[in-house]
Write a protein that binds this ligand. Structure first.
Ligand code: Z57
Length: 792
């Protein structure tokens, strides 16, 4: 499209939608009009891609969360149109970046699990795999966070308020969802998933619950006309809001209704498409040859009994026929071993959602038990495996029994699943278990977020590396070239200045771009140990105050984290970090050396500014608890060095980039397992003056929690001997001294700029393994058994 044509279309949309022109329209209106133009630009490719998927084997990614972020900039980049439009807009005196930042993040996810789903969709499109995403179009995404007197406050995220140009409503493909006491309409909103410069546009189909007037409700349930408004709201409630819990499961009926809602709509959709494209297979005997479904955690597990229901009740298959299809279609990804995340639903709750689904689950369990009895399993052994036990449905067990393949998300995590958490299942079905280490998309997290580094790597290596990230390895040959190392550090400095400006504008804090940027951004959870980081900062504070250290390099400690609104202790830790921040920043001796920043409302878009600016990446979870982590990979790709425990994908990062090029520390899983039963943090507290000093700060007058008793709660969780619960469950005190030592090493290393730059280069050079392209290729070849379209 040329400039003149663009201008015509642009003005036409601005006029038709808003009655305005180039001069009178706001930036937001321009963003919407521009996005509409880009949606039109990709329409042909979108149709062509979905046509190609019709008669081949397809994979489907079922996920309650897709943490997408903004679309405009990323779609333009993947379409190869970013420079062209930036130029055209510039000639109209419009800065393309001004339009991009108008877009609200689509925050339809909590953290790692949801962002992983978004990266996977993008990689599949970039590799031309026939993968369709299915999820929920929450009217309200993850809450927005702000701080009031250091406390986290939440406000709703009405992200579609000023239009969502990236969704296409497909009313005609709506589905009916039947609950015990309710019938609702699921309307699909399709979002394009643009592949990287390959003219592939896959689909992310998100379902929204509606109850519009044109729909014949009388037919399905007999509510009174007067109650129709209530009924409409009750329908819309189902997709009203994303549950803001990362890891912890909410045991609410509405949550199970959400899960059944999108699972049922998606299963109906796949079956309907199959009948349309394969009309001769009336008994669905070939269904599993053409369709495979990945369950992202247990959130979409209701899809299993739902598939049985549709095949038996609607398509009139026998149980055996239906089970033969169902047990060959699903795969399941486990994302955590933390018990509080394991979804277990009371039988009454499942029945309240759908009695028929509960019947089917009961029957799956009954037949499974009878098979095990046939194998002469003992009662105890059977009990460990049951789907329904103590009036509770174990969703993971249902997933594992039904799945063809089950995977963990990093090597150590898969080993823990096999040897510990899911051992009884691994003993029964050893061949089902595989590992698929997570990855991240380099398009968003490098090409888009860090254009200067991307450009420089291309200058050094040529263009090839951009479609094969393992070629970054070639950077290693520049490891001793001073001009390359200098340039890398110069780019880092520019990205730090970019973040510095953001911090000045949004947090009113002056930070020094020549200080070490040490960053921990992730959801707030005790196992991720933001508290350990805060204790380290406090320890530095005391050491500087008491002249125990002088002449240390300048450091800026940056946090970003949302706590689940109902997670009291996580909120306490946020308040604590904010208090430490004020203590440090307001002390004119200490703030010469260190500053602390807590970025409000950390999200995907802020991440795009943060990862490229980091010198040090904090990945300090208690060993064994972080299944993989993916933030660790975003930092690595942008040249930060990792200070991290031997946990999740950190271990694989250390192995690929070199332990010597990072800062591993802390107790390993084996060590923690061997000391767990006898661990007594109170001893650490009394025997180590530094530990006592930082822990006692919680109860001192230096900081205060405004009478909330939050700091007392943290204190008690660590060292209150009268408590009935496990003290310091996440071994903060155990790892404290190791963490202090590794930070000393970081400071020493940073003093040698050349050495630091070289370590940074080695991390970038060895990122290849952590591209989600590698991950998706493994899923495609080893689990889904699908091939790229172009190769058919
Ligand atoms: C979530 O974000 C993760 C696991 C869960 O069970 C739930 Br619920 C939410 C995260 C893990 O904590 C990360 O370690 C992992 O990298 C990510 O999922 C993607 O696999």
């Amino acid at each position: 499209m040329e400039k003149e044509e663009f201008l015509l279309r642009f003005e036409k949309i601005l006029f038709n939608m808003f009655g305005k022109d180039l001069h009178t329209s706001t930036k937001k209106e321009k963003y919407i009009a521009f996005s509409k133009i880009i949606m039109n630009e990709l329409a042909d490719d979108w149709k062509k891609t979905s046509d190609k998927h019709k008669h081949i084997r397809n994979a489907y990614y079922f996920s309650a969360e897709f943490l997408i972020g903004r679309s405009l900039g990323n779609n333009l980049l993947n379409m190869g149109l970013d420079e062209k439009y930036s130029q055209i807009l510039k000639e109209l005196d419009i800065d393309i970046n001004d339009l991009e930042i108008q877009e609200e993040d689509a925050a339809l996810g909590n953290g790692g699990l949801g962002r992983l789903a978004a990266c996977f969709m993008e990689s599949a499109a970039s590799l031309d795999y026939p993968l369709t995403g299915y999820g929920v179009r929450y009217r309200q995404g993850l809450f927005k966070q702000y701080f009031h007197n250091g406390f986290q406050m939440e406000v709703g995220d009405n992200w579609t308020l000023d239009k969502d140009p990236w969704s296409r409503r497909v009313e005609s493909e709506s589905k009916i969802i039947r609950y015990k006491n309710q019938v609702v309409k699921a309307v699909p909103y399709d979002m394009p998933v643009v592949g990287y410069k390959n003219h592939v546009v896959n689909t992310l189909r998100l379902w929204q619950a509606e109850c519009d007037d044109g729909f014949d409700f009388q037919k399905f349930n007999n509510f009174q006309y007067d109650d129709s408004v209530k009924e409409k709201n009750r329908a819309e409630d189902i997709t009203r809001v994303l549950y803001p819990n990362d890891i912890q499961r909410p045991g609410k009926v509405l949550r199970l209704k959400q899960q059944y809602f999108f699972s049922s709509a998606s299963i109906q959709d796949i079956i309907e498409k199959y009948e349309k494209n394969f009309p001769n297979d009336v008994n669905f005997e070939d269904f599993a040859k053409y369709n495979t479904i990945q369950l992202n955690d247990t959130h979409p597990v209701m899809a299993i009994p739902e598939m049985m229901r549709v095949l038996m009740d609607d398509k009139k298959l026998s149980w055996k026929q239906a089970w033969n299809v169902t047990s060959n279609v699903f795969n399941y990804t486990n994302h955590t071993i933390l018990q509080e995340a394991m979804e277990k639903w009371n039988v009454d709750v499942v029945e309240e959602v759908s009695p028929r689904i509960m019947d089917i689950i009961t029957e799956i369990d009954r037949r499974f038990v009878s098979d095990l009895v046939g194998l002469y399993y003992s009662v105890d052994r059977i009990d460990n495996l049951r789907i329904v036990k103590d009036n509770t449905v174990n969703m993971a067990h249902l997933a594992i029994l039904t799945a063809v393949k089950i995977n963990g998300v990093a090597k150590i995590h898969t080993e823990i699943l096999k040897n510990d958490t899911l051992k009884p299942w691994h003993d029964l079905y050893p061949d089902k278990f595989v590992n698929k280490t997570n990855g991240i998309t380099p398009r968003r997290w490098l090409f888009y977020a860090n254009p200067e580094l991307t450009q420089y790597i291309t200058e050094l290596l040529g263009e090839d590396w951009k479609t094969d990230l393992t070629k970054l390895k070639e950077l290693e040959k520049f490891r001793d070239e001073d001009n390359v190392l200098d340039r890398l550090m110069e780019i880092k400095l520019h990205n730090k200045i970019r973040l510095k400006k953001y911090i000045k504008e949004h947090e009113q804090i002056d930070v020094d771009e020549n200080s070490i940027f040490d960053i921990q951004v992730k959801r707030l959870h005790e196992y991720k140990r933001q508290l350990l980081n805060a204790f380290h900062i406090l320890n530095l504070y005391y050491k500087i105050k008491n002249n125990e250290i002088t002449d240390i390099p300048k450091q800026t400690y940056i946090f970003g984290a949302k706590a689940a609104p109902g997670y009291f202790r996580a909120k306490a830790i946020i308040k604590f970090i904010n208090e430490v921040k004020n203590l440090v920043n307001n002390d004119d001796v200490v703030n010469k050396y260190i500053k602390v920043v807590f970025l409000e409302n950390f999200n995907v878009s802020i991440g795009e500014l943060v990862y490229p600016a980091a010198d040090v990446s904090e990945q300090i979870s208690t060993a064994g608890k972080e299944a993989s982590g993916t933030g660790n990979m975003k930092f690595m790709l942008n040249g930060a060095l990792t200070v991290g425990t031997y946990d999740g994908a950190n271990i694989e990062i250390f192995n690929h980039a070199g332990e010597d090029n990072n800062f591993p520390f802390g107790a390993t899983v084996d060590v923690l397992n061997s000391i767990r039963d006898n661990y007594n943090p109170v001893e650490y507290y009394y025997k180590d003056e530094n530990i006592k000093r930082v822990v006692d700060t919680l109860l001192s007058d230096l900081i205060n929690d405004s009478g909330s008793f939050m700091f007392l709660d943290i204190y008690n969780s660590l060292v209150n001997r009268d408590s009935s619960f496990k003290l310091d469950e996440y071994f903060v005190l155990k790892d404290f001294n190791d963490y202090e030592q590794i930070h000393e090493k970081i400071l020493q290393t940073y003093a040698d700029k050349k050495k630091w730059a070289k370590m940074s280069l080695m991390n970038i050079a060895n990122f290849g393994e952590f591209s989600s392209d590698r991950t998706i290729k493994e899923y495609a070849e080893e689990i889904w058994r699908i091939v790229p379209n172009e190769k058919i």
